[in-house]
Design a protein around this ligand. Sequence first.
Ligand code: PLP
Length: 392
Amino acid sequence: MEIYLDNAATTALDPEVIEAILPFLTTHYANPSSAHGAGRRVKETVDRARHTVAQLLGASPDEIYFTAGATEGINLALSGAIQAYDLNHVITSRIEHKAVLQTLRRHERDGDTETSFVKLDERGNVDLYHLENLLRANPRTLIALMHGNNEIGNVTDIQAIGVLARRYNAVFFTDTTQTMGKVRFDLEEADIDFLVGSAHKFHGPKGVGFVYINKKHQLKPLIYGGGQERGQRGGTENVVGIVGLAKALEVSYRNLETNQNKISKLKQYLVSKLAISGIGGICYNGESKSSENSVANVLSVSFPCLSTGSIVTKLDQVGIAGSGGSACSGGAASHVIQALATEPDKENVRFSFSKFNTFEELDHVVDAIVGIYESDPAVATGKAWKKIASWA
Ligand code: PLP
């Protein structure tokens, strides 16, 4: 039995997406830049996809630029804003995705910018007072703070940050890769300058995404070429990807409440099953256990170390896909976990769900985890966690 609980890494294609993209893999293969009828028809499809995305997010179609994924959109928005406005100060956090941190590091190394890291509390929440102090001291700054964290699920109050950004004349980029298709946006009303999406995180194809650039901004392109994407991003459009992205977003928002409700219940079910599993010392990283302050599909669990090997590896051996980094046996926890006040000697496992997961799968996962602890030599010799040892 294969169980996939790594949906923050990527998701399965939705059947409706497969159906939508098939004609563009077979008969509708013309280049949208070609002047003939076949090309014009494909171009109309790309335009329709742009309209769909814009409409779903309360944006205007000329604010949506298709890219090869969130990483490219992040590079375009951050580098574009720094260059366009000669910004020399950036505020970010230690728990951003590497696509943000490495892009900002590059600008710092090149001498373009200085970076300030906003304080986080012990669970990884942004300290808004500190953010305001940083903004007061450095107006006309670029803020790069994510919406939903990919490892611990924390959801940041981007509305409050947007208000601060306006007050201090800052430019606000937010990485919405993990919330796109899971939370509703109204970009016409929001104080957000740039955000991104990546289709494969919401049951669309890999290697395609978009960046929203508020219409008051004009950025320099990252990729020069044939003038596609209104000159903002050269290169023949990934038509299959763009069609799939728009369909995936449409399906996500059509069934948003039902699916997010189910996913949230899956998370709470796993928490409750682990609570009665008999394994002592389990805790949760960041806000991931909360149903209000985290994205519904991410649960970051901190397990006591096994005496040999890692839980993620042992689960993988029985066909269960999760993800994680172990600080057990001298390994290193991820940069996100290291930024939190978590116990150092734990194995952190991220389980991330989708609408395709079932409660039965989670029963199976908890049985597998219990089996792993029961067969751990330290448990057998009575050295391990009290609750487990008491079973022996
Ligand atoms: N930002 C966040 C929060 C992510 O979770 C990811 C992917 O894991 C990315 C950016 C990069 O997305 P992509 O690999 O699709 O470019």
